[in-house]
Design a protein around this ligand. Structure first.
Ligand code: UDP
Length: 394
């Protein structure tokens, strides 16, 4: 597996580390437990000897230390050197890989070199697509180069893994990928970690007032996630919901980004927006459980792990129709699909969810809607896919 720009051990919720790292940790652990040898190569983090992440799973840091400091935009120019370091490790250790699974387009470029040198199948999972991130209004500006390379990589890979029906549609619609080249395998959720912990118990532990109405946001604070609109929606909702608060988990520092703080001040809701910084994932179940809802008004997600995490904790979700949302959200059961990312659409959906009366069985009902998404079943599907591809080759 190639995870060149971001390490599976990185700090979740910071700029370049999120769902992809969670995915790698879980899928590799499950494949290792099934007896497969998995080596994950990365250039992120300080140079260090290979380390064991789980049984049969190693994390191997390649390339000079300078690569870790380099903005990821410059990594594509380093691809030949990165592949040379990977190849040197492989030869020195007498390894022969059966299959290459690349994560994100920069890894795809390295994987493509391995594919042609080793003559082994190459699967790519982009995790996000440049062309989809550039959606109007998203505030993201992915380079022409990224978009072109993704299109080219998808054409040359043996298989592209899409985690949601929406992402498969983007691959065909934006990049012209043939449907038979796309395999739909969803991401998962750690059902043991993410469990309902009780709204009141969670609030007592976190010091949140019991009579506060709480919208929770969890994620990297990227423009794509629509936080600016969420703050504007909060301002629309406050006259009818004076105790409504937005709690924001994630980001590189606990103060919150100055632009979003200014936005909240201008709209007169600065007191109602609480930036909490990044939180260790093992502590997140209490946050999800304590909240009244998770809000994810993204312009685009390839999947959106936080949606499954909130639902597994029994908390409803208000989210735009991105990633896994249309596949999993059933209105009236576990949340609401927002009609769009604009503030009034968010406000309308959130108001509808806040109006649902409390029910002691609700958390258990909501959790049931994601019970099929455990990581063991995700990894079993990935393993089946690997076997299909390998048997097609041999
Ligand atoms: N996360 C975390 N702590 C934080 C913020 C996020 O552990 O402070 C984790 C969260 O639990 C989730 C992942 O980061 O598993 C974010 O994944 P998602 O697919 O929602 O977003 P992405 O980062 O892929 O855009």
């Amino acid at each position: 597996m190639l995870s060149i720009h971001s390490s599976p051990l990185g700090a979740l919720g910071t700029r370049d580390t999120g769902g992809m790292s969670v995915y790698l940790r879980h899928v590799s652990r499950q494949l290792g437990a099934a007896g497969h040898q998995v080596d994950i190569f990365t250039c992120a983090g300080a140079p260090a000897p290979p380390r064991d992440l789980a049984a049969n799973v190693r994390l191997i840091r390649i390339g000079p230390g300078a690569l870790a400091e380099m903005p990821k935009e410059r990594l594509p120019d380093q691809v030949p050197a990165i592949f040379a370091a990977l190849e040197a490790f492989r030869i020195e250790n007498g390894l022969d890989y059966d299959l290459i699974h690349s994560h994100y387009w920069i890894s795809g470029l390295v994987g493509e070199m391995a594919q042609s040198r080793w003559r082994r199948p190459h699967l790519v999972m982009f995790h996000t697509l440049g062309a989809a991130k550039n959606a109007p209004g998203s505030g993201e500006h992915e380079s022409r180069r990224r978009v072109d390379e993704e299109r080219r990589l998808a054409a040359g890979a043996d298989r592209v893994v899409a985690p949601s029906a929406g992402e498969a549609a983007h691959l065909t619609g934006l990049y012209g990928v043939a449907p038979e080249k796309i395999s739909l395998v969803p991401c998962g959720v750690d059902l043991e970690l993410f469990q309902p912990r009780g709204r009141t118990a969670g609030r007592l532990r976190l010091g949140w007032p019991v009579d506060e109405e709480t919208m929770l946001f969890v994620g990297r604070l990227a423009p794509l996630k629509g936080l600016e609109n969420l703050i504007a929606a909060l301002a629309l909702l406050r006259p009818r919901h004076p105790r409504l608060t937005l709690r924001v988990v994630g980001g590189d520092d606990a103060q919150g980004p100055p632009a979003l703080i200014r936005r909240a001040q201008t709209l007169g809701v600065a007191e109602a927006v609480r930036f909490m910084g990044r939180i260790e994932q093992t502590d997140l179940p209490v946050y999800y459980s304590a909240a009244d809802l998770l809000a994810l008004p993204s312009y685009y997600e390839s999947f959106g792990l936080v949606v499954l995490e909130a639902l597994a904790c029994g908390t409803p979700v208000a989210a735009t129709a991105v990633g896994v949302v249309p596949d999993v959200i059933r209105e009236g059961r576990n949340g609401v699909v927002l009609t769009g990312p604009a503030p009034d659409a968010i406000a309308q959906g959130v108001a509808a969810l806040l109006a649902v009366p409390g029910d002691p069985q609700r958390a258990a009902h909501i959790r049931r809607t994601v019970e099929k998404y455990g990581w063991p079943s995700v990894a079993a599907d990935i393993e089946t896919l690997y076997r299909q591809i390998l048997s097609g080759r041999n």
